[in-house]
Design a protein around this ligand. Structure first.
Ligand SMILES: Cc1cc2nc3c(=O)[nH]c(=O)nc-3n(C[C@H](O)[C@H](O)[C@H](O)COP(=O)(O)OP(=O)(O)OC[C@H]3O[C@@H](n4cnc5c(N)ncnc54)[C@H](O)[C@@H]3O)c2cc1C
Length: 450
C-alpha cells in the first residue's frame, strides 16, 4: 500500500501554494484499508462496485450489510476522485435552478426532489454525528460534521432582487430559508461586496477526506474487499451474470454498480455520451488568526455567491478558509486558476490581502444536461452519476437507495427520469463547454450592472 507523501505545507522559495489537497493533510489515508496488491482477486462475488468515492463506498457498504459479497475496484488510489477533494459543503438543493425543477416536475414533483435533498443531508448528519450508527462510533474517525447551514450571497442589487422570488419558491418547497438585506449580510460576513442574500438553515460542512476515509473504513469493516490501482477494463455478459476484467485478473458477478462520476472512462461509452464532465478548483489559506476568522465567519456558515461561475467558500475546522470555483470553462493551468481564485477571495474579503495561500487543487465532477442526478441501468451496469456540486450528501444516500432498489426495494427518484445521450456529437470531451461558458459569463456580467 502506498504512503501519503510528506511534503512541506508551503513552498518555501517561490511563495506559491503547494499543488496538493489541503484536506489530505489532516485525515487518515482512505487507502489504508485497501487489500494488498499481491493478493489474487476473488473468483466470484455478488457485487462489483466500480469507483471508490462516496457513491462506490456507500453502495458497497450497503450491499455488504445486506449480506452480499462485494468487491470494490478503484482505478487509482481512493483519494484520486472528487470525494476527498471537494468543498465539504453539505447543502440543500441541486445543480439545477429551483425554477427549472418546478418547471420540469410541477410544485409537488419539485417538493419530492427537495425532500430527497433534505433526507440526504439527514443521512450525513447521522453518519457525522455521535450516535450508535455514526461513523465515529463505527470507525473512530471524526468527520467534523458541523450543522451550520449556508449563505447565498448576491454580488449586485439585481441579483439580490432575484433572491426574493428564489426565497419564496424554496420556502414553498419546505426549505428553511430567510431573505437577508445588505446590512444583515454585512453583519454576517464583514464584507461590503454583497447586496443581499439568503440564509438556508439546513445542512452544513464536513471534512471530506475524513468522511471518505471513514466511509472506506466502515465499508471494509462490513466485509467489502477494496482494491486500489485496479481499473475495471472490460465487462462481458456470461451465463448467470457478468465477467469484469482488470489488469489483476477477472471476477464473475451478478450485479455491477458504477460510481465513476466525473472520472468516467472508455469502459462506459454510453455514460460518456450522457454525463458532462468538468473541473472545479479550490485554494486554501494558511490558518487565520482566531479573531479574524470569527470576524469573517461569526456563524461559521458555508457560503456561495449567486453567479453562474459561482464561488464557494467556508471556514475549515483547522481555522483556514477553503475557497473554490472557476471563472471560465476554457482549459487553464492550476497556477493561473489559483491566482484568479485568490483575487476573488480578496475581493470578497480585503482583510485577507496579506494572508498566504498554502494549497491549490482541483477535481472532476459530472452533471446531466438538466443538472439533476441520475440512477440509470446501461449495458448491465447500474450507474449513479451527475450530482454536480451537491454530491457529498446525494451520492451517499442515493447509493444506498440504489442498492435497496436492486434488491427489490423502491426506485430512487433519479431512476424515474430518463437520461438521454446529448443531442450533439459528444463522447466524454465537452468541446462545447467553453462556448457555453461565454454565455454564462455574459449573464454574470449583465446581472452585475446595477
Ligand atoms: C473541487 C470540487 C469541489 C466540490 N465541492 C462540493 C461541495 O462542497 N459539496 C458537494 O456536495 N459536492 C461537491 N463537489 C462534488 C462532489 O465532490 C462529487 O459529487 C462527489 O464526490 C462524487 O462522488 P463519486 O463517488 O460519485 O465520484 P468520485 O469521488 O469522483 O469517484 C469516482 C471514482 O471512480 C474511479 N474510476 C473511474 N473509472 C474507473 C474504472 N474504470 N475502474 C475503477 N475505478 C474507476 C475514479 O478513479 C474515481 O476515484 C465538488 C467537486 C469538486 C471537484
Amino acid at each position: 500500500m502506498r504512503q501519503t507523501p510528506v511534503v512541506a505545507k508551503y513552498h518555501p522559495i517561490m511563495n506559491t501554494p503547494r499543488f496538493a489537497v489541503m484536506w489530505h493533510d489532516d485525515a487518515p489515508d482512505a487507502n489504508r484499508v485497501a487489500q494488498p496488491d499481491t493478493e489474487p482477486l476473488p473468483v466470484a462475488v455478488d457485487w462489483v462496485v466500480i469507483g471508490g468515492g462516496f457513491a462506490g463506498l456507500s453502495a458497497a457498504r450497503r450491499a455488504a450489510e445486506r449480506g452480499a459479497r462485494v468487491l470494490l475496484l478503484e482505478k487509482g488510489d481512493l483519494r484520486r476522485g472528487a470525494s476527498s477533494r471537494n468543498g465539504g459543503m453539505v447543502h440543500v438543493g441541486f445543480g439545477a435552478p429551483t425554477s427549472g425543477i418546478i418547471k420540469q416536475f410541477g410544485t409537488d414533483g419539485a417538493r419530492a426532489w427537495f425532500t430527497l435533498s433534505r433526507q440526504a443531508i439527514d443521512r450525513i448528519a447521522e453518519l457525522g454525528g455521535t450516535g450508535a450508527d455514526s461513523l465515529a462510533a463505527t470507525t473512530g474517525i471524526d468527520v467534523q460534521w458541523r450543522p451550520t447551514g449556508h449563505l447565498e450571497l448576491a454580488p449586485s442589487r439585481r441579483a439580490a432582487l432575484d433572491l426574493a422570488s428564489e426565497a419564496e419558491m424554496r420556502s414553498g418547497l419546505g426549505v428553511p430559508v430567510r431573505l437577508l438585506d445588505q446590512v444583515a449580510i454585512r453583519g454576517l460576513t464583514s464584507s461590503e461586496r454583497f447586496a443581499g442574500g439568503l440564509a438556508v438553515d439546513a445542512g452544513g460542512g464536513v471534512q471530506p477526506a475524513r468522511l471518505q476515509a471513514a466511509m472506506a473504513d466502515a465499508a471494509q469493516r462490513a466485509g467489502v474487499e477494496i482494491r486500489t490501482e485496479t481499473p475495471a477494463q472490460q465487462i462481458k455478459r456470461v451465463p448467470g451474470g457478468y465477467l469484469v476484467t482488470t489488469p489483476r485478473g477477472s471476477v464473475r458477478t451478478s450485479h455491477i454498480f458504477g460510481g465513476v462520476n466525473g472520472y468516467v472512462d472508455s469502459l462506459f461509452p454510453a455514460v460518456r455520451r450522457r454525463a458532462i464532465t468538468v473541473g472545479s478548483y479550490m485554494i486554501a489559506t494558511e490558518p487565520l488568526d482566531v479573531a479574524l476568522l470569527r470576524e469573517l465567519f461569526p456563524g461559521g456558515e458555508m457560503r456561495f455567491d449567486t453567479r453562474n461561475f459561482l464561488s464557494y467558500w467556508r471556514p475549515t475546522p483547522d481555522g483556514r478558509i477553503a475557497f473554490g470555483g472557476r471563472t471560465s470553462l476554457w482549459p487553464d493551468s492550476l497556477s493561473r486558476i489559483a491566482r484568479t481564485l485568490t483575487a476573488r477571495l480578496r475581493e470578497f474579503h480585503p482583510q485577507l490581502a496579506n494572508t498566504r495561500i498554502t494549497h491549490a487543487w482541483g477535481g472532476q465532477l459530472a452533471f446531466a444536461l438538466d443538472r439533476l442526478p441520475r440512477v440509470t441501468r446501461l449495458d448491465g451496469v447500474t450507474h449513479l452519476s451527475g450530482c454536480a456540486g451537491s454530491g457529498i450528501a446525494l451520492m451517499t444516500l442515493l447509493a444506498e437507495q440504489t442498492i435497496d432498489w436492486e434488491l427489490g426495494g423502491e426506485a430512487p427518484l433519479p431512476a424515474r427520469i430518463p437520461w438521454h445521450a446529448l443531442p450533439i456529437p459528444y463522447e466524454g470531451h465537452p468541446w462545447f463547454l467553453p462556448f457555453a461558458g461565454i454565455g454564462f459569463a455574459l449573464q454574470d456580467w449583465l446581472s452585475e450592472r446595477d
